[in-house]
Design a binder for this molecule. Structure first.
Ligand SMILES: NC(=O)c1ccc[n+]([C@@H]2O[C@H](COP(=O)([O-])OP(=O)(O)OC[C@H]3O[C@@H](n4cnc5c(N)ncnc54)[C@H](O)[C@@H]3O)[C@@H](O)[C@H]2O)c1
Length: 432
């Protein structure tokens, strides 16, 4: 099939290349000229394991192409995937849908034959209806169909998640588009992915409800970890003990920093906003948002306590600053709260992240990027393990920085407290 993917970000690029790899002709369009120039030279603007190889392969095979020409790309395609951003509105909590509606307007002027317009971006209930209204201003309704096909991939595991999804949700109000999309996804369905056809609005809500539920699970275990710290119980025992119950499941039950990333924070806010609009109170999710906001403050306060509230001139190392491992995505990472707060109190911060320098900290006083783990640790008073990259899972701290006994605050519970303490380090972790 001829596919056009609008927005070559984490979702668009991964979806585009995976569809191309399944044998479709894909054109990825982005309004960011720099991004398209890089991609057209075979360079990948984001860090996602395996993505570079797959893009190069399909680009060379001419199954995948890149363009900034939206109108032409739409005209040449049968199915259009909208994968643009839906960030939180500035100063509010609802989703900013301007990128979506701008794209819908562009599509409305480029329909030359029947098109299926699929929203992969995460959008609130009724957005599909709005897109349909915009496009029908310039086109007869039998010339197009608007479908919701929310994406569930996780950054860091995106390609695997796309190719082996737990489920494919297609929200369409007509049979024809459902049949065509079922056909498009057939290679994944035949490998075991569940295919669920729902109404368009139900598909939109499934995505938000799923993310809100996962965010709730993380927040729940984080609060139980707080209780464990007060009672001397090991949170790992609780996570394992709870996770063995099949009704609960073990995933998303690992205590750590506040959840972050480009999805959970904005999607939990947006779903409560939508619910309020429909006069329905999602009080559980509202509590989750509040608890998660407090979590960064709580862990920061723990850092102050560990340093006996003497922060000025203390050298603090951050191992990992992204919101999770295997991605370069900094959106809503808890390090964005912690590092500026510590800098404000006079700390000198060095960070090492496997994805390198972060522009987010470039204007913050006394924050420096280190190129190696070793360099980031030199002279440190406190080492904070912020992200669970494999690179940090077997560091021999004693050998790496001889003679220096810094304190370690392991926010991901990577290390065994006993082993680290036996090496002579003061060691703190989460909920144990
Ligand atoms: N990142 C994730 O892990 C993830 C997972 C599932 C769903 N989602 C959802 O998918 C959507 C996209 O997320 P993302 O992380 O890929 O965003 P992103 O910011 O990485 O990418 C969006 C891209 O869209 C482009 N764009 C914006 N307006 C455009 C226009 N008019 N024409 C062409 N290109 C345009 C931007 O330049 C950007 O490159 C969001 O709604 C998000 O909630 C994200």
């Amino acid at each position: 099939m001829k596919l056009c993917v609008i927005g070559a970000g984490y979702v668009g690029l991964v979806s585009g290349v995976c569809f191309a790899d399944l044998g479709n002709d894909v054109i990825c369009v982005d309004k960011n000229i720099e991004k398209i120039n890089l991609l057209s030279k075979g360079k990948i603007p984001i860090y996602e394991p395996g993505l570079s190889e797959l893009v190069l392969k399909n680009f060379r095979n001419k199954k995948l192409n890149f363009s900034t020409d939206l109108k032409k790309s739409i005209k040449n395609s049968d199915i259009i995937f909208i994968c643009v951003g839906t960030p939180t509105k500035k100063g509010g909590s609802s989703a900013n849908l301007s990128q979506i509606f701008n794209v819908a307007k562009e599509i409305s002027t480029s329909i030359n034959k029947f098109k299926i317009i699929v929203t992969k971006s995460t959008v609130p209930i009724t957005t599909g209806d709005e897109i349909e209204k915009i496009i029908s201003k310039k086109n007869n309704k039998n010339k197009f169909s608007v479908v919701s096909n929310p994406e569930f991939l996780r950054e860091g595991e995106a390609i695997r998640d796309f190719i082996y999804p737990d489920r494919i949700i297609i929200g369409s109000n007509d049979k024809k588009s459902n049949r065509i999309l079922n056909n498009l996804y057939n290679p994944l369905i035949s490998k075991g992915a569940q295919y669920l056809h729902t109404s368009r609005s139900a598909a939109e809500l499934i995505k938000y409800a799923s993310n809100a539920f996962l965010a709730t699970k993380i927040t729940f275990i984080n609060e139980i970890a707080n209780l464990c710290e007060k009672t001397g119980i090991n949170i790992e025992d609780i996570s394992i003990g709870m996770g063995l119950d099949k009704r609960i499941g073990s995933r998303f039950l690992r205590a750590g920093p506040a959840y972050g990333g480009s999805c959970f924070p904005k999607d939990t806010k947006a779903i409560t906003y939508t619910a309020d609009k429909f006069k329905s109170n999602l009080s559980v999710i509202k509590s989750v948002i509040k608890s998660n906001k407090n979590r960064s403050k709580l862990l920061l306060n723990r850092v102050y306590e560990i340093l006996k509230r003497k922060i000025k001139n203390k050298k603090i190392t951050f191992l990992g600053v992204t919101f999770k491992a295997n991605t370069d995505d900094m959106r809503d990472s808890s390090s964005l709260t912690m590092i500026p707060a510590l800098s404000k109190k006079g700390a000198i911060i060095r960070y090492f992240d496997p994805t390198g320098f972060k522009k987010e900290f470039s204007k913050i006083k006394n924050v420096y990027n280190s190129n190696t783990i070793k360099k980031s640790l030199e002279g440190s008073d406190l080492v904070i393990i912020h992200t669970e990259w494999n690179d940090f899972k077997s560091i021999n701290f004693k050998n790496l920085v001889k003679g220096k006994k810094f304190i370690i605050y392991d926010m991901r519970n990577i290390y065994s407290p006993k082993k680290i303490r036996d090496q002579g380090f003061k060691y703190y972790s989460v909920g144990r």
